[in-house]
Ligand binder design. Sequence first.
Ligand code: 4AZ
Length: 256
Amino acid sequence: IVSGSIAAIESQPWIATIFYYSKRTEKNVFVCGGSLIDPCWVLTAAHCFSARGTDSSDYRVFLGKSKLDATDDKEQTFQVEQIITHEGYMEENTGSYNNDIALMRIKSASGHCAAESDYVKTICLPAENLVMRDNTQCEVSGYGKENNLDLYYSKILKTANVNLISQSLCRDEYYDPNKVNDNMVCAGGVQWKTDSCKGDSGGPLICEHNGRMSLYGIVSWGEGCAKENRPGVYTRVTRYLSWIDSNIRRVHFKSR
Ligand code: 4AZ
């Protein structure tokens, strides 16, 4: 997160932190953010798995985590039972991602899903037909880099306000129609000061509607970070509600 502020985990209790677990070194390497949408399911970006693959035994998921490289008794740790990436996921040759969405089914060492606490809660999905007004202020959170050229990810959870940008402005003025489509939603900070950045991928863009926060976007891509006229681009969650629902339900029934 570029600019923005430090976030207490209690203010973003749905944030999931995804690590690659190296069996050789027995070490966790930070990969991406995610959002807890059901006690057993984390929603993230499909491109999070393009470097290291979708073998679920290679990943670990943490919930309730306040610091990237420290452990405390608020957090919950999970293995991954299943990774489902969208069948239409495409890494475009233009440098953008289409259908950049994936589900991870989590399971603790004792065989349980997430336990709700002050530090761990699910985030609501948006209503199916929800189209937020241009310029709506939303917030994005994660452990991503604080500047595009930083070597390291942020050690602490951060959050920033970003405003939704009209589809035509984003597609035709800031990027181009080969890159931006209606499966995406763009957002940028006031005077391009705040933004998501590398490592925030997969994490939540949340917006308030009728007095409740819902998961409107998934951090996906952008040209640089907090760069003038180059907004952050997010997977538009409302386009994937039936995909999410059918994948969560199908796997539940199969295993019973
Ligand atoms: C990335 O490389 C990335 N400013 C994520 C978000 C944005 C740019 C790049 C949006 O993971």
